[in-house]
Design a protein around this ligand. Structure first.
Ligand SMILES: [Zn+2]
Length: 271
């Protein structure tokens, strides 16, 4: 489901980009920008990425990709759960390494499995918002729809855990001013992931490939993208079983994205 949806959405993105190039869309700047994954063809980036790319949003502090810092901290993030098969063993493994992670949950699944969301919070992890239905914002959408996707998820998390998420990650990484503003109105900061730490585990590239990607690229302040729900047999747990001990050995500590952001702020104040 996910990989198909993602491929489809990339195709849609190309069509939209072509339409922008032909000036059939009135306001390219208001369109949600592409995810800037490293694998995206440069023609797509050039056609549909106007002035408002990563630099613009990062400079304003509106979107976070990573938090460069002197401390050896890394944020592990897991999207698309909670899942009754995949989430519990990941939680068990995180506990073994005193690792705190951030779970970008779907509201729909939190309503289905509130006890898993409650466990995540109980064990010191952060729960963040990833929309209610995993909707892609890769075309113009109404503020009502965006707000409803965020609000329904916030409410589901609040019911299950007593906490309100403060971070939002748009599915597929499709961002733009509308997404940033919608998240802000709901009291959330938009968080993506380090470009060099997109494990693509949702596409099941092979356990070794996931491990190599993370271990080769690991640096302070990284936000690593994993999924605790994958269509088919997930390779994520097996990869984590090798990644966690190795990064621990290198001296890294695993913290929530909110904690990572705190370090950035304290460093800024210090200067
Ligand atoms: Zn997702």
């Amino acid at each position: 489901m996910k990989s198909d949806a993602f491929t489809r959405s990339r195709r849609v993105l190309r069509v939209v980009s072509a339409l922008i190039a032909l000036q059939l869309f009135p306001s390219a700047a208001d369109l949600v920008s592409p995810p800037f994954r490293s694998g995206l063809p440069s023609s797509v980036q050039a056609a549909s990425a106007p002035a408002r790319g990563r630099d613009y949003y990062e400079a304003r502090g509106d979107i976070v990709w990573e938090v460069p810092m002197a401390e050896k901290l890394i944020a592990l993030t897991f999207d698309d759960g909670p899942d009754p098969e995949e989430t519990p063993p990941i939680l068990d493994l995180l506990n073994q390494y005193q690792a705190k992670a951030t779970f970008f949950v779907l509201g729909r699944k939190v309503d289905q499995y509130p006890e898993l969301a409650a466990r995540e919070v109980l064990e010191g992890h952060e729960i963040a918002n990833h929309t209610y239905t995993h909707r892609y914002f890769n075309r113009p959408i109404t503020q009502e729809l965006l707000s409803s996707e965020i609000k329904r998820t916030d409410e589901a998390v609040l019911r299950a855990t007593g906490r309100k998420p403060v971070l939002f990650r748009p599915p597929g990484g499709y961002y733009g001013q509308a997404v940033v503003d919608g998240a802000k109105r709901a009291g959330c900061k938009t968080v993506l992931w380090s470009w060099h730490q997109d494990t693509e585990d949702w596409n099941r590239p092979g356990t070794e490939k996931i491990i190599r990607k993370v271990l080769t690229n690991a640096r302070n302040g990284d936000i690593i993208l994993f999924h605790d729900h994958v269509e088919g047999k997930s390779q994520t747990l097996a990869a984590l079983q090798r990644i966690l001990p190795e990064l621990s050995k290198r001296g890294y500590r695993f913290v929530t994205v909110s904690e990572l952001l705190t370090h950035k702020e304290s460093k800024t104040v210090g200067h």
